[in-house]
Design a protein around this ligand. Structure first.
Ligand code: BGC
Length: 301
């Protein structure tokens, strides 16, 4: 073996042993049955692509709603009209991942966080990253005379955030949603909050204008709390969720979030101010996202 070859071999052994640059592995989308498809079971022995799983035989599943080819979904790969430019802005469709470049295997993207037991797209419209945006709208829990309430054990102030009950049975969640093609994330954050937590779809134009005025200042001051992969139960080996989560916080006792009227709309079945603590059970990775907000604001967890 030449010196160059043996040096290359040594580097490759070293990087394999050090497991560089491994993304953390998902858990929620590597077990159980697929949402809204009880007959589709995931069987994964080794989530990590770097660990061989000789008998890995993922189920091929793309939900009927996606097979109907709605305008927000990619075409089937066998369709002559299917074209995609991976890892780049593909016309108005953003196929870049927040986590860097993903691998293309047999012409399709490979989930960067490991095996899921399913190939195809399941309920997701796009191959590769499907981009969402999540507004974490927070205020301090206060007494009726406006004093911050401290948690009796941690002595830290208790935070409250606007949470919605997902209409798809996924439980309580941040009122986020998908970034439409060509839309910028800041627009998605405000639009989704208005649709799901303020029911703007049922407002008159005048009411909508007033609502936009009300929350515009708050939504100007978003702070990034998370950007990346979401351990979403809909993920497959070829399609996965990513999000940008921003915190919109009212620190003062008086302000828009003291008087804002919440009303569930669009995909949300209910909406409420929810006290934040480590007991929270939320959809997908949403509890982790709320936890990052807690760290940023030094609140009780
Ligand atoms: C939700 C977002 C969520 C994303 C990933 C979307 O359907 O609306 O709130 O972060 O899925 O789980």
């Amino acid at each position: 073996m030449s010196k160059v070859c043996s040096a290359r071999l040594a580097i490759s052994i070293l990087t394999t042993c050090l497991k560089i640059p491994m993304a953390t592995l998902h858990t929620k989308c590597a077990m159980g049955t697929y949402p809204r498809a009880d007959h589709i079971a995931r069987t994964v022995a080794q989530v990590d692509w770097n660990v061989q799983e000789r008998d890995y035989s993922p189920v091929d599943y793309t939900a009927p709603v996606i097979l109907k080819q709605p305008p927000w979904a990619d075409k089937m790969p066998c369709d002559p009209g299917f074209k995609a430019a991976w890892n780049t802005l593909d016309g108005a469709v953003d196929r870049r991942s927040h986590e860097g470049e993903y691998t293309i295997l047999e012409s399709l993207p490979r989930n960067p966080h490991g095996r899921t037991g399913i190939v195809g797209r399941g309920l997701l419209g796009r191959f590769g990253p499907n981009h969402a945006a999540d507004p974490v709208v927070t205020r301090w829990k206060r007494t009726s005379d406006g004093k911050k309430i401290l948690h009796e054990v941690s002595k830290l102030p208790v935070l409250q955030f606007v949470s919605i009950l997902r209409g798809d049975g996924g439980g309580w969640a941040i009122p986020g949603g998908m970034v439409d093609p060509g839309e910028v994330v800041s627009q998605t954050l405000r639009r989704e909050f208005m649709e799901e937590a303020m029911n703007s779809n049922d407002m008159t134009d005048e009411q909508k204008q007033r609502a936009v005025q009300q929350i515009t200042d708050l939504f100007k001051k978003g702070v990034d709390v998370y950007r990346g992969y979401v351990d979403d139960p809909r993920n497959t080996d070829n399609a996965w969720m990513e999000t940008v989560a921003q915190n919109f916080h009212q620190d003062e006792a008086e302000g828009i979030l003291t008087e804002l009227e919440l009303s569930a709309g669009d995909d949300a079945a209910a909406v409420r101010w929810q006290d934040v603590s480590s007991e929270l059970k939320l959809y997908a990775s949403h509890a982790d996202i709320v936890n990052k907000t807690v760290t940023r604001l030094a609140a009780h967890w």
